[in-house]
Ligand binder design. Structure first.
Ligand SMILES: Cc1ncc(COP(=O)(O)O)c(C=O)c1O
Length: 310
């Protein structure tokens, strides 16, 4: 079967469920999978931009580190996993895609509650690219609130494992929506800044860029922002960021695979700096999109794999 036209069954997205490729609307997980009923899962999201994966190997590294920490044994090795992701995107024919891959604990065999007795699952999907804030809205910046919900601490769950335990983040999103903001940022128990739903956070004060060191996912976009800032000789400090530092920041921006580097211009109804997207965030944002043309970061999707569908 050829799946290259935009009007075929994979145009809205392709799913991978334990070895099978199916249209995304038909992708199902077993209801007893502990990934579903216990959030016992890890995942990653890589994006495809203009037909190329961005930092694919880095996303795979993070995913495999997370699956190791959860003591999962995957049914595919690294090469198989990469081939699966290429094929998912190839099936859709999408040029710009949001590509999720998820490993789950799987279902408990009868008569045991031991998570280590499960056969772990592997799922994935490729769908049209998703934005925290659309590209054309980003230059104006977005509104953020400091959420009342506290971020789940590292002592309870290692937040460097990308996870679906979004109770705190979802509470923050609902609060942001009620308060007329686009996104929340969550503090930890000590009042330090952590992250938000699907993104890391940076501040700039007196020309120095800062981002929290702990209690957060090590975002691939966060890493890109730090590397790009290095190229511009901007000093970056990865350390605790207090709520006071956030409130008095000259600039704030967020980083995410789902949208890149996005300036924040309002925090809790106060303007950040002069209320315009800051110069550092704007410069880094431009460089971030330029980096998509850099062969060090980009991998062409192998579209020949679309032909291999059954
Ligand atoms: C909680 C959390 N923090 C940060 C990020 C940003 O990570 P990345 O830049 O790798 O997309 C994500 C991405 O989904 C996330 O879920």
């Amino acid at each position: 079967m050829t799946n290259k036209s935009s009007d075929d069954q994979f145009a809205a997205g392709a799913g991978y469920v334990n070895g099978e490729f199916v249209p995304v609307s038909e992708a199902r997980i077993p209801i007893t999978d502990l990934g579903f009923i216990r959030s016992d899962a890890t995942y990653d999201v890589v994006h495809v931009w203009k037909g190329q994966f961005f930092r694919l190997e880095d996303h795979i590294d993070r995913f495999l580190a997370s699956t190791d920490k959860l003591r999962f044994k995957l049914p595919l090795d690294r090469t198989g996993l990469i081939a699966m992701l290429h094929r998912l995107v190839a099936l859709t024919g999408l040029q710009d895609a949001y590509v999720n891959f998820t490993a789950t604990r799987g279902s408990l065999p009868p008569g045991t509650r031991n998570p280590l007795d499960c056969t772990n699952g592997l799922y994935g999907f490729a769908i049209p690219f998703m934005w925290i804030a659309p590209y054309e809205e980003q230059p104006q910046g977005i509104r953020m609130i400091t959420a009342s919900a506290e971020r789940t601490p590292m002592a309870s769950f290692d937040q460097t494992i990308k996870n679906y335990m979004w109770g705190d983040l979802t509470a923050g999103m609902m609060e942001a929506s009620e308060r007329g903001a686009k996104v929340p940022v969550l503090l930890d128990r000590d009042g330090n800044v952590t992250e938000g739903p699907g993104f890391n956070i940076f501040i700039i004060n007196d020309g120095v860029m800062m981002t929290p060191d702990t209690g957060v996912l090590h975002g691939i976009t966060r890493r890109t922002a730090i590397e790009l800032a290095g190229d511009l000789n901007i000093e970056t400090v990865v350390a605790a960021v207090t709520a006071d530092a956030l409130n008095s920041a000259d600039e704030i921006f967020i980083t995410s695979t789902a949208g890149g580097i996005i300036p924040v211009t309002m925090l809790d109804d106060e303007e950040v700096g002069d209320g315009q997207a800051g110069p550092v965030a704007s410069r880094l944002r431009a460089l971030y999109w330029q980096a998509h043309d850099d062969p060090r970061f980009s991998t062409l999707v192998d579209t020949s794999l679309a032909e291999a569908a059954e």
